[in-house]
Ligand binder design. Structure first.
Ligand SMILES: C[S@@+](CC[C@H](N)C(=O)[O-])C[C@H]1O[C@@H](n2cnc3c(N)ncnc32)[C@H](O)[C@@H]1O
Length: 175
């Protein structure tokens, strides 16, 4: 066993990209830490997320600290800014996405039980207060990631990574 070199990785990724036709986008509602935004951007770029809808005080992926954490992968994504989460959700819907909030909310369903259309925009909230009630109300569906331990919630970048992978995994397994 040995690690793959650059050329083999490119071939491997091309192969998986061919099996991934669903469109993905993210809506970040007030994600305030440039390190979180940078980390989300890098994961998003790795899984072919096409657009970021940035609401409220979300840090721009182009800011120096976010771009450093993203290691330049922000060049693979486009983004647009909105004053409020609901406006951003409307824009995502107009672009053809089913808008899926990710939050530990009372009527949320486990993400692995939620059937989403082919094209989904995942909505992630602020590190402190999560998704605003207005943004939650603007979502087509709300899902949560079941947790097992004594931790109140996941880091927002970790939650984004798990949820993005779950949606791609479904495509690959034909679920
Ligand atoms: C750190 S959490 C927000 C804090 C949370 N409202 C609390 O009081 O514990 C930041 C964001 O990560 C996402 N998140 C974290 N854990 C999650 C989980 N288990 N299921 C779904 N989303 C989660 C949500 O989008 C949330 O708004």
């Amino acid at each position: 066993m040995k690690q793959l070199g650059q050329t083999d990785r490119k071939r491997l990724y091309r192969d998986w990209a061919r099996r991934s036709s669903g469109r993905l986008a993210l809506l970040l509602d007030g994600v305030a830490s440039p390190w979180n935004v940078g980390s989300i951007v890098r994961t998003a770029a790795a899984f072919k997320v096409e657009h970021l809808y940035l609401a409220g005080a979300t840090v721009s992926p182009g800011s120096a600290r976010a771009a450093k954490t993203a290691m330049g992968t922000e060049r693979y994504l486009s983004w647009s800014h909105f004053e409020r989460g609901p406006e951003a959700a409307d824009a995502a819907r107009e672009d053809g996405f089913c808008v899926v909030g990710l939050e530990l909310a009372d009527q949320a369903v486990p993400l692995h039980h939620l059937s989403v259309g082919r094209d989904a925009c995942l909505v992630l909230g602020n590190e402190d207060h999560g998704l605003s009630s207005a943004t939650l109300a603007a979502c087509d569906a709300v899902a949560f990631l079941p947790q097992l331990g004594r931790v109140g919630s996941l880091n927002v970048a970790a939650a984004a990574a798990i949820a993005i992978f779950e949606l791609r995994r479904r495509e690959w397994s034909g679920a």
